[in-house]
Unconditional design. Sequence first.
Length: 269
Amino acid sequence: MTRYAKYECLKVEIEAKVATVTLNRPQARNAINQVLIRELRTIWDDLADDHAINAVVLTGSGDFFSVGGDVKAMSERPGGDVLEEGEVHDPMISRRGVTRQLELDKPIIAAINGDAIGLAATHALLCDITVMAEDARIGDTHVSRVGLVAGDGGTVIWPLLIGINKAKEFLMRGTLLSGKEAERIGLVNHVAPRAEVLAKARAIALELANGPTWAIRWTKLSINQILKERVNLMLEASMALEQVTFATADHKEATMSFKEKRKPKFGQA
């Protein structure tokens, strides 16, 4: 467990060849900040190197999976939620957060125990199997909530799961889907009552952890070639366009209106 002691915003527990990785900022509804976004890049390498683990469960602490980025911090300065003061945005850092998760050969089960928004929804949907609370909500609100391109993975994974036109609508409108609706359209694999989500995810993880190890891992990696191909095709462009929208008036208006608890007025000069 010493390799996981360095993590501040992730809690890692290992039992019966299953690692349960918990987004652990309950006081902030597990919002993704400068520390957590970096830890969501390095955790996959540590899990890959841990021979005591055959499967992973990804979940959130408290009542939320994660509400995504901290919009109030964005209102102070562009990227203020995930960038240190004076830090230059490097799109390859965001790319590594996606690719390292896809390159982990051990199966990852998402236990979406509560709302999963924005980048948090992306990380949940990039998991291999998803179990979601029937009354939780999932959506990517980059566009509608903060006036940004959904550039850090949403434009990659949503069309693959539910088709191009549905993905375009949900991403452009920032639609929040209930667990039941997400399962109905194929966005997530399973729904369960909130109190049973983690147990169901762990049961699947235990089954896979005790299955034919290499057949499971290499089947996953084979299918993930589809996702990696799409990442190579789209991710740099979508992240670059997201970075451009940080400088728009719409983004500033979105973050200020969120901070001031009012409806945004987009399209202003």
